[in-house]
Ligand binder design. Structure first.
Ligand SMILES: [Zn+2]
Length: 325
């Protein structure tokens, strides 16, 4: 079944993903094209450990292709001028914390997280030639706080209930949930293509200690949220599909066989492909300190997803933002 194929792909994460990916695609076809459940893309601190990814797993090549197809269909009726920055994104942060106060992220740290998002999406972490202002900006509209030991420590088991009770706004509103996700799992996100069918489950979940000022070693600068919001805006990992076409469906991110860990220099896992691995890209698994860049191709792809699935919500924010600029 589709879900089993997803889990298998996640649990391996081996250097050569090609046979696994091909196998997953084949098994999905053999199962009579059983529709895949809504996808989740996570960020892991240690991708070598199995069993860390929530049910739904990372995307198989088949599932990524399904998302791409939905994007193309949704873009069909749109004109070029419908896909243009700037885009103001209202953000609601839901802090789930322990009854003793553990994980009770302060308002100051939440605001620092929003600032980090604005710097990252504004291209201010990178000064290199690939530094890209994506045009997206984020405005904090609300913080909710819930003291609940079970929700805090077992978010995944209760994620449907938690999100249906707390979710705010329409497709244009970014809901960020913070909780204790356990060891290894930094965060996960829904995709814009799934909003229409499951609006209350839309949003991003991050471990509370990954916000700026947290104590998550190597991952405490707030780029777990940067990464997950990339998924929320439609991006795949830079290592999606490994060295195989079409990779991550973005033309200016070099192919990459597997996630990067740490901050490796000069890594090149797809030697038959042009370019070194995009270790500094926000959609990799590198340490926060190494992540500096969205490419212009990724910015364009996020703009396409916004226009296709998130624009025109109840508050029509694109047009409001454009007028205010
Ligand atoms: Zn991810």
């Amino acid at each position: 079944m589709c879900g089993a194929a997803l889990t298998g792909l996640v649990a391996t994460s081996l250097p050569d993903t090609t046979p696994t990916a091909t196998g997953a695609a084949a098994s999905a076809r053999q199962d009579g094209d059983e529709p895949c459940p809504p996808g989740l893309e996570a960020r892991l601190s240690d991708p070598g450990l199995p069993g860390l990814v929530p049910e739904g797993g990372e995307l198989t090549p088949v599932q990524a292709a399904e998302y791409e197809k939905k994007l193309r269909e949704a873009l069909e009726p749109l004109r070029a001028q419908d896909i243009a920055p700037p885009r103001e994104v209202p953000v609601v942060v839901h802090v789930i914390h322990g009854e003793d106060g553990e994980g009770r992220v302060s308002g100051e740290r939440v605001r620092e997280q929003i600032e980090t998002l604005n710097s990252a999406y504004g291209g201010r972490f990178s000064t290199g030639p690939q530094s890209t202002d994506t045009g997206f900006r984020f405005t904090l509209s609300d913080i909710t706080r819930t003291a609940d030991d079970v929700w805090f420590s077992r978010f995944n088991d209760h994620r449907r209930t938690i999100r249906s009770q707390l979710h705010q706004g329409g497709p244009e509103t970014l809901n960020i949930y913070t909780a204790d996700l356990g060891p290894g799992l930094l965060g996960f996100s829904s995709f814009p293509q799934d909003y229409a069918d499951d609006p209350e489950q839309d949003g991003v979940v991050v471990a509370h200690d990954t916000l700026p000022g947290g104590d998550r070693a190597r991952f405490d600068l707030g780029h777990t949220a940067t990464h997950e919001v990339g998924h929320w805006l439609g991006l795949f990992h830079t290592f999606q599909n490994g060295c195989d076409t079409p990779g991550d469906y973005v033309s200016d991110t070099p192919y990459e066989r597997e996630p990067a860990t740490g901050c490796p220099e000069g890594r090149d896992t797809c030697r038959i492909r042009r370019g070194l691995d995009p270790v500094d890209n926000f959609m990799n698994y590198s340490d926060d300190a190494c992540m500096t860049t969205f490419t212009s191709g990724q910015a364009e792809r996020m703009a396409q997803h916004w226009a296709a699935f998130r624009d025109g919500g109840p508050r029509a924010l694109t047009r409001t933002g454009a007028a205010a600029e």
